[in-house]
Structures are given as C-alpha cells and as structure tokens.
Ligand binder design. Structure first.
Ligand SMILES: *Cc1c(COP(=O)(O)O)cnc(C)c1O
Length: 463
C-alpha cells in the first residue's frame, strides 16, 4: 500500500519548504554564482536505482542542500547579468504552489472554467498594459493564449502560416523570412513544421532587418518557384536587443500575402512603459505576436503569451475533436477551449501566477521595475563609453548593454572569463561575425544600483 503524507504532515513539510525558499532568497546573493561541478558529479551523488522503501521528507530536503545546490547556477542572484533574466518573484512562486495544489487540467473550458477565464481576462489586461490592439482581446476577433515558451508560440504561428497556404505549394517549397539576428527558435520552428526554407536576411549597421533586402530576396524566391509564407520580425533580438522595423516589414508581408509574426520575447515587457512603444510601431498590423512574462516580468518560467489578430486560422489549424472531448459548452461555441490554440492538449493553470504578479505589483510597480533596470543599463553604458579601454558595440534601447575591449577579441574574451571566474557576477560573451563582445543584461528581480556599481568595479579592475 502506498503511504501518503497526511494533510497534517503536508502542512508541516510545506512550512519547511517555504522556510527553505525564503532562506535561499536571503542568501542567494552570497553564493558563487556559477555552478562549478564537473559533468556527472551531481548524478554520482544519487543512487543508481530508485529506493524500494519510502524515504522521509527530511531526507529529501537534506538532499536539496547536499545533492542539488552544488549544481545550481544562481539565476536569481541580483548579480546575474548573463543571457536574459529568468525572473521569479514571491507572488509568482506562491501562485505556482497554489496551482500545483489545485492540480487542474485546463485543456477545455469545462475541465476548469476558472483556468480558462482567468487566463483570458488577464491576457486582455495585458493587451491594455502593453498598448496592443484592442481587437486582440478575447472579446474581439483575436485573442491570447499562454504557452510554454516563445519557441512554442513561434512554432505554432509558423504552422498556421503553412496551413493557410497548404493548397498553394508543398511545405518544402515554402519560405519563412527572418533577419540574420533572429532567434534560433524560428529556424527550429521551420524545421519542426517541415517548412523547406528559412531565409536569413542580412541586417543593417544596427543589427535590424532591412525591408528592402527582404523584398529583393522574396522576388528572387518567387522567380525560383518558391512560395513565401511568413516573415518574423524581432522587437529586441537576443544578441543585442535590436529592433526590426515592424511597419516597413508589414508592408512587404501584406504585398506578398505573408503571415507576419512578431517575436518580442524579451522586450515585450518594456512596452508596459509608454516611452518604449515607438519600438513596436506598426504592431497593430501584424498577424501574431509573442512575448515572455517569464523573462523580465517577474513571472516564473514557464509563461509565454501568444496573441493572434484573428483566432480563426489558429483554431482551424489546431482543432481536432475526438468524441471523448465533446461537451455541451464547447459545442455551444460560447467558451474558449485553449487546447485548440496550441500543440499540447493538457495545460497547467499558468495564468494564476501572471494574475498574482500583476495584482501584487500593480501596473505602476511593473513600470518602475522596468524603468529602474533601463536606467541602470544606461548609466553603465555611459561609464563604459567614457572609458578608452572599452567600446559599446550595439544600441541599447532596453536593459542589455553590449561592449567590447578596444584591445580586441582576446582581451574581450579574457575580460568575460575573468568576470565569470570571480564567482561574484555572471555575464555572457557573444560574437557577431568576427567581433566578440560582452552582454550585460540587467533585469534580475532584485538587481539594484549597488549590484551594477559592483559589476563596474569588477570590469574596471579586471580589464
Ligand atoms: C529568449 C528568446 C526566445 C526563446 O524563448 P523561449 O521562451 O525560451 O523559447 C525567442 N526569441 C527571442 C528574441 C528571445 O530573446
């Protein structure tokens, strides 16, 4: 017989794990930020096979410290400047806990109406918060849906783009266009969707897609008998947060009847502040748009949002109705069944953490959170710019600063390595073409001026 924790034991163990997390929050800043274990070292601390007999919760918690912690890279340290942030926040963590407790499967409206309706309502809030088109709300022809990742959302959009044109060409002859700075998820999405060609268009001096080059490539592909089906614009590329000209690209997309998808995975969060909205100029024209609250909006991974301007082609592509999923509410057409909005059938109640974060901070709180990071990034960039040893290598519209050592690639890579070896901070070395640079992404939930000041001290000392 399986022996379950009693509710009383669960309560006590739950308090213990909350204490454990709270202590981690208090101490995370002091840990060496990058895990230094060798490959296989963590696995070697575990027995080769599963225990036959039940173990106590105390031993599980003890092994969190003994087995797991040495292999943790501390993304939640305020000294985290690597990649992009993968924010958490207290209300988000607690919402994850509550959602796990409810344990609902929100695949259909009828399998937990609250999971669907909270999601629709919160995504409608977000449309207003980010100044996206009113018609993208669940009350209009469009709508939003939470997915696991921007990669999934983009994949879904590409599948819709392919499905729409299925009568016109075989998938192998279809072409999707992106800039040479686009995220790898788009090429992967093409591969998974069986789309034959993913064309990378050369970018301009600021790493943005050039609409004229896009047009000439399309003309060339049409002449070769291929079928252009979609273009993906980036509002904030991963390497440098470059912004593609959405409006100009949309004119090209419309001319060739292509689906236009916008990838704002990181920078979408910034649109909560009106001063950043010029960067999404033209967004009201596009077919779909995705961004990640799980990067810079204090919502735990996973929480991505995909909006479509018209939900009909998405549902037409994704909807399959086996008899065991039929029900009165769905048949009435009066409700949303999110399983028809993405590849997976089952889905967690992820809207809860988004809802709790927005309510806990308020829109104004999220605005000042974003502004504080952008201000710190601008100040750091000014210090870097004023120092002859360094050079800023890309515009920094948001909170990512890219810079290089003026002594060249080796000096840049050495500096990145020295910073990471210090154990006190994490940054990401990267390369475009032949040029190495260091990405400093400011956006961890608790990063403040003191942390960026210390980073600058280290850069100054180790350069
Ligand atoms: C991070 C990022 C992605 C991928 O996000 P996932 O949610 O991890 O799939 C896609 N596009 C851009 C521009 C990104 O910065």
């Amino acid at each position: 017989m399986a022996r379950h924790m009693t509710p009383e034991e669960f309560r006590n163990n739950g308090y213990q794990i909350v204490d454990w997390i709270a202590r981690y929050m208090e101490e995370v800043e002091n840990y060496p930020i990058l895990s230094r274990v060798d490959a296989g070292e963590i696995a070697a601390r575990m027995p080769a096979s599963a225990p036959e007999q039940p173990e106590t919760f105390d031993t599980l918690i003890a092994d969190l410290d003994r087995v797991v912690m040495p292999g943790i890279t501390h993304w939640q340290s305020p000294n985290w400047f690597a990649y992009f942030p993968a924010n958490t926040s207290p209300p988000s963590i607690l919402a994850e806990f509550a959602a796990a407790g409810l344990g609902v499967q929100g695949m259909l409206w009828s399998t937990s109406p609250a999971a669907t309706e909270v999601e629709s309502r919160v995504l409608d809030w977000l449309v207003d918060m980010l100044a996206l088109p009113e018609s993208w709300k669940s009350t209009g022809p469009g709508g939003g849906v939470i997915q696991m990742s921007a990669s999934d959302a983009t994949h879904a959009a590409l599948v819709v783009a392919r499905h729409r044109r299925r009568g016109d060409a075989s998938a192998e002859d279809m072409v999707v266009y992106v800039s040479d700075q686009a995220h790898s998820s788009i090429e992967k999405g093409c591969t998974v969707a069986g789309i034959g060609h993913c064309r990378k268009i050369a970018t301009d001096s600021e790493f943005a897609l050039d609409a004229d080059r896009l047009e000439s490539q399309i003309v060339e592909d049409l002449a070769a008998g291929l079928l252009p089906i979609a273009v993906v614009s980036a509002v904030g590329t991963t390497a440098t947060t470059a912004v593609d000209p959405v409006r100009a690209i949309d004119a090209v997309a419309k001319r060739h009847m292509m689906w236009h998808h916008v990838d704002a995975a990181y920078a979408g969060t910034a649109m909560v502040c009106p001063e950043f909205r010029p960067f999404q100029d033209g967004v009201e024209l596009v077919d779909s748009y995705t961004f990640n609250p799980h990067k810079w909006m204090m919502v735990n991974f996973d929480c991505n949002v995909l909006w479509v301007a018209d939900r009909a082609p998405l549902i037409d592509t994704m909807s399959i109705l086996p008899p065991y999923l039929r029900n009165e509410a769905s048949d009435s057409g009066a409700v949303i069944d999110y399983r028809d909005w993405h590849v997976p059938l089952g889905r967690r109640f992820r809207a809860l953490k988004l809802w709790w974060v927005i309510r806990s901070y308020g829109v104004e709180g999220i605005r000042s959170f974003v502004r504080s990071h952008v201000l710190l990034a601008n100040d750091l960039a000014a210090r870097i710019e004023a120092d002859d040893r360094f050079e800023i290598t890309a515009p920094h519209p948001f909170a990512l600063v890219c810079f290089a050592h003026t002594d060249g690639n080796d000096a840049t890579r050495d500096l990145a390595e020295a910073l990471n070896d210090s154990g006190d901070v994490a940054v990401t070395p990267s390369v475009i073409g032949e040029r190495w640079f260091i990405r400093v992404s400011i956006g961890q939930t608790y990063t403040e001026r003191s942390h960026v000041d210390y980073l600058w001290e280290l850069i100054d000392r180790l350069a």
